[in-house]
Design a protein around this ligand. Sequence first.
Ligand code: GCV
Length: 857
Amino acid sequence: MNTVTRLTGGFPRRVTRLTLLSGVWATALTLACSSPNENGTAQGGAAGSVANKGGSSSQSGGTTAQGGNATPQGGANVAQGGATNVSSGGSTAGASGSASGGSSAGAGGAQAQGGATMGMGGSLNGGAGGGNAEPYPKPASVPAETGASLWLRYPVVPIQVRLTEYKAAFKQVVKAGTDANVDVAVTELTTGLSGLTGAMVPAGTTTDSGSVIVGTVQAEPIKSLPLATRVATLGPEGYLVETADVGGKSVTVVAGNTPVGALYGSFALLRHLQTHRPLAGLSLSASPRIKTRLLNHWDNLDRTVERGYAGRSIWDWSALPGTISPRYKEYARANASLGINGTVLTNVNANAQVLTASYISKVKALAGVFRPYGIKVYLTARFSAPIEIGNLTTADPNDAGVKKWWADKATEIYGQIPDFGGFLVKANSEGQPGPQQYMRTHADGANMLADAVAPHGGVVMWRAFVYAEGSPVDRIKQAYEEFKPLDGKFKDNVFVQAKNGPLDFQPREPFHPLFGAMPGTPLTLELQITKEYLGEDTHLAYLGPMFEEVLKSDTYAKGAGSTVAKVIDGSLHNHTLSAIAGVANIGDDANWTGSHMNQANWYVFGRMAWNPDLTAEAVAEEWVRQTFSNDPIVVAPVVQTLMRSHQALVDYMTPLGLAHIMGTDHHYGPAPWVSNLSRAEWNPVYYHKADAQGLGFNRAPSPGSDAVAQYFQPVRDRFASRATTPDAFLLFFHHVAWADKLASGRTLWEELVHRYSVGVDEVGVMRDSWATVKGYIDDKRFTDVADFLEIQHYEARWWRDACLTYFASHSKQAIPAGYAMPAQALSFYQGLTCPADAKKPRCMPVYNGQPSPAVLK
Ligand code: GCV
């Protein structure tokens, strides 16, 4: 029995825990119109480009190609994404999406001809944007960085032509309007422009040439400019950034319909400059597709963080409200730079204490820091709070006293925090209390809370991550079975929040069948930025490709093109509300996220929350340029490393649709053999179902669990048939015989060995690729990343060898010729007990020998 005692504000409770997860998933585009392959959309381009580097990478490139038409398909999709961004007037990402999208497929070709570094740089006009051929000087020395500045570093532009251009254009910042958001915009612009130009760019009051005018269209001089009418079409959070003539003076205008729009425009301009784009033809405009863009912190009041790998919670509750850590403002800046406009401060495994008066005053203090950055605070609501802190005897949502208690509580909160966002609720899941304890439904519970916050303009986000006690036929069916019948029964200010996949945050899962299936309810997509099942802080796995996969998945709810992105942005079913949430990976570590590379996952969540059409590769590129360097010699290998990293991890952890085979509770290392936990669906053996015949969970129609019936056609039929299920999800939906042939021509057993082996070797390629940037970025961050890649390489081999020795005990087959033998016997891996630190359960014995090559020929 796997149990954890959660101490949440004085209410210790034993909570049953899942220790297995599953996951596999494929793009809707793949589902809709192409033959299956293991590689996601963006992976294709990256794999293709890497394959051309030769050496060990050619193994994986070859593998990718064998997996199907990944490279051309990926390239095409990336290019499509870029085109969309440009036409929607996207800012830097829009522009770079176009550039790198086009180059993604092309990058491989360029590199095949030996232009490895410039392949990507060339696509971006010499790496500095806009046709600048001036090479980046190799830095003589680079000062150490902790990573604390994230992507908001603003080093002086090191190429003269661009520096000269920027210096001429940016001499002062002038405010148009009087709101706090605009004040912040001025501060951000003066800070950023001063850093980038190496000259003081102050705030000014009179409009001279070289001014940046930032503000709203209601304020002069923006109000009288011709561009003001175009801003009006961009919605409340949209922005337009262009050069203009004001009274004969050449200026740059950053205009929003609202102050927060102006703030977002300021960050868009800074992003443009941080990525060294030219100013000629400057025209950045965008507005968010999704209205509510939230981080969800799983932070406890004692400053532990559930599934946190970056130190303690940044919320220093005991010091609040008197002491305001400078980190709160830095946090708000970083989020605002991405367009994140809300944060749920507390864990969904909630503690009612946060709803008491003393905590509300602390929350109020945080809200005060965040407000100028356009960020609202939300809290998790523990359903039993009326009992725990309200002295009631029931939390029954139909009870008049309970209703009044919540209504009064909402009034109390809004009295302190008028722009409070609302409540996020995990109910009747993993031991959390909920309405079902009173024979009420999720809708009854959500609506009661919705009534409480509605008079104040608040919302309720009710999570669909539920699974019942007992041993169900198939756990992944439960959320749909519980929530689909409730469609149309929720109040107007309720969201139902579903994870990207139907199981849990696995390395790869098919999209959640609830997306598209509840037309009468706005659905929130919950992504996990913190990498609970993806190597936590240590393993490099850039989640952009995974996020892109789910957002582009076609549910077919209203025919082809009914993507998950269109479900959650409200456009598919005409909802006014729309939301997306990312479970934060933030803690009090100096670098915020436990590893430098994990910052990219915070970044890409925010950017895709703003525009779900952005491509993972475009976002990776802008992040690398801002975080490390614009020099193509850095940009190309690091972007490629990011882009291949997720697929590499899937391959060495859970290839071909395997899921939830991680170690009990910590979810870090391999443990596919675990079978002794008290609930069936806590055990890895429940998910992979390895036996003498084969491997995989049969979710096809009877005798399978028929989970596929929860999908719309043609997705349902595609997953129901062994022949049409993409390799990426094969074992998620089918029990496949060991000797069955896959699209590659290999048997299942051979393909499993191959995938696991390629995954290991890919990490070797990533490590070697990173080594090439030494001397081009600071040694501190270089070494931090290099050290983690070294660990990841060994641990990938651990995963491979542990899983293959275990599965071989069922398949009774030997490792085929051409692949390395596992380093140890199965009993060795089963006998490993990892160090006491449950957050980093690393096993020193696995750091022996040579992790790669695993593919020997
Ligand atoms: C917050 C999984 C995680 C839990 C998490 C839960 C959830 O089970 O392991 O830590 O709890 O998902 O999303 O509610």
